[in-house]
Design a protein around this ligand. Sequence first.
Ligand SMILES: C[S@@+](CC[C@H](N)C(=O)[O-])C[C@H]1O[C@@H](n2cnc3c(N)ncnc32)[C@H](O)[C@@H]1O
Length: 235
Amino acid sequence: MTYATLEWKAGQPFASAFQDVYFSSDNGLLETEYVFLQGNDLAQRWQQPALESFTIAETGFGTGLNFLCAAKLWLETAPEAAMLNFISAEKYPLTLADIKTALQLWSQLDTWSTPLLAQYATLIHTGTIRLYDNRVQLTLMRGDACEQLRQRHDDADAWFLDGFSPAKNPDMWQAALFEQMARLSHAGSTFATFTSAGMVRRGLMSAGFKVSKRKGFGKKREMLHGSWTEACHGN
Ligand SMILES: C[S@@+](CC[C@H](N)C(=O)[O-])C[C@H]1O[C@@H](n2cnc3c(N)ncnc32)[C@H](O)[C@@H]1O
């Protein structure tokens, strides 16, 4: 397995191979909450008493920050008996030492990151762990996002499209990825991403997603979010 090679810039992780950041240098945690949690309207969707389970699929697990923020919100808002199924593809996992250092930036997440770090080696080797009194199942699909998703049969309720900027990582943001997303989505499945790149917008639209723009986080002008709708499919 190839682990990520990191540099640390002002204490924040930076991917040498992609020349890109793992999260906004303004405030990664607020960025995650804004782009991925609010962008998929999760707080509202999870406050449903009848909710039994929910699946989030992510491209690019990275430092696990998106996962931790989602898990925290889930534990705070979803019914206690419900299960969050979080599946995330990662081509270049962080080493245990690096993910520990990265997550030290967020002491407010210690309650949730400590159990994750305790099981990180198991996650890397077995691919799946249960956390937080079995209320969350985390699956790490080790490898290219598109290739990994091709082998899955999940029913994704929300997508976190991370994975470095399309300009710096064009290999990931391909029509084939958007087609896999559509295959694993149902009417009402949502997505959110920090980028507003035209090829991402067009690719998602031709895969059947209704795409909207909203103000981006921090210095970013715009981001994309939306949902899969059968009516759009093939347009
Ligand atoms: C911006 S970082 C993700 C940040 C992450 N979501 C977090 O919470 O820290 C992008 C991640 O995508 C991964 N990645 C890049 N290309 C990929 C691909 N083709 N398939 C899967 N993961 C990929 C990188 O290794 C990196 O960890």
